[in-house]
Design a protein around this ligand. Structure first.
Ligand code: ZN
Length: 59
């Protein structure tokens, strides 16, 4: 049974692998925003906006 969390950007459900680890990057299937897993416990998974380090992808 996989875990699930809610997108903090659009509120959609994001499926999370059962073996997810803190620091893993997950992507919202609805809005495509990347998030970093900040905490994993028995109740679920917490996410925060992924930090993009110095990469500039242009426009
Ligand atoms: Zn989203």
């Amino acid at each position: 049974m996989s875990k699930k969390t809610s997108c903090i950007e659009c509120g959609g459900d994001i499926g999370v692998p059962e073996d997810v680890v803190v620091g893993e990057i997950i992507t919202c299937p609805d809005c495509g925003t990347d998030f970093e897993v900040s905490n994993v416990d028995a109740k679920g998974v917490s996410i925060k906006p992924a930090e993009t380090v110095g990469e500039d992808w242009g426009e």
